[in-house]
Design a protein around this ligand. Sequence first.
Ligand code: UDX
Length: 444
Amino acid sequence: NGQILRVSVIGTGYLGLTHAVCMADLGHQVLAIDVDAEKIAKAARGETPFFEPGLEPLLRKNLDAGRLRFTDSFAEIGEFGDVHFICVGTPQSKDGTGHADLTYVFGAAEALAPHLNRATLVVGKSTVPVGTSRQLIDRMQAAAPAGELVDYAFNPEFLREGYAVQDSLTPDRIVFGVTGESAETLLRRVFDTPLSSGIPGITMDLETAELVKVAANSFLATKISFINVMAEMCEASGADVIKLADAIGIDERIGRKFLSPGLGFGGGCLPKDIRAFRATAGERGVGSLVDLLTTVDTINLGRRHRVIDLARQALGGDLSGKRIAVLGAAFKPNSDDIRDSPSLDISGRLSDEGAIVSVHDPVAMANAKRVRPELRYADSVHEAADGADLVLHLTEWADYRAIDPAALRATVANPVLIDGRCTLDAAAWRAAGWTVFVPGRPAA
Ligand code: UDX
């Protein structure tokens, strides 16, 4: 019915800020909060603290329209919201178990609960282990003045970095994990615009909704590791994994998406989500799931070692003193996110083995410098490649497909390329005089 609701968003990181902006863009009145005063101040000025195509203009549009505001007061949030979305981070805990660290989720619930004086709906969006929503209901009802009038739902988020706005406004599906009809009705009002455009809304219990999110990410991770072991098999057989992926991907039951071999998955979600899921599966005695996810993770990390081995071979067995140009630092293109970036992991290890590593990235350099200050950074591809003994292509930015291999050849000391992402035109590079290695593809 297109009704405007008062929506509060707790946490303005990647997920929260995108969600707040998109809720406002659907027409709702939105108030967002974060414990980080600087983040709030920046967002209120219309600046996003990370690179995400399309988000900043949409933030400004909704600030100007008066639909989106920021605060540091939980009292104000509690007073304001008809519905409260919890969008704080659930990073991998530092205790080595792989479990998700739920400190921020419970912290947000504890900060909000004392200000819930009337019937309201709190909605979890952060990825959490199955069973967390039940715990949150109990805690919030115990701490809120409105007691059992506080309801709780789980509404997982499937957005990809680089496509966050599109994925939030027009997702493939919207999942409503609820305990009863009233929460479902309210959530369907919140998402009325996308639902009435035909996007399916699927209602289920809380536990299933929690599992949907981690099952989806585990399936995607498994698909990537599957094609990466096929790359190993192709390499051992002189076969071509890209042709193989194209051919099996045409079968709709398989599908070509998420079947690109290379360096495997990184980023702030897939690696930590499959590890947290493995930890939960272990606790619940589902050993076969623990085995599956352990294998997926091991295959994934093995890709990084494979590129390092190739680099060592290409450089005659010893990396010390060798100049290596690394193209790409972000965990994937169209993002400045360097969390669990295969590229930076590889760069760091090469540097540990004595190589002189010069890294280029179109947008992620500042973030990369913060976590890997020991590496060199170059403002252009040519600067990175100046005098290089080896060029590594490790993040598949479109810019790198536009490189002129003949011009770059004049810059390097040795025209040797390892295309870790299998996306450059190897034939064109070879024609320009380069020796090219592509994991999973034949040598020429
Ligand atoms: C992922 C999920 O796609 C998203 O639904 C979830 O909400 C969060 O986690 P994101 O981390 O932004 O999103 O990145 P995505 O585009 O999914 O890529 C994940 C990783 O897999 C990247 O490191 C990418 O390089 C890698 N990848 C992806 C492959 O190696 N091969 C592929 O075919 C696809």
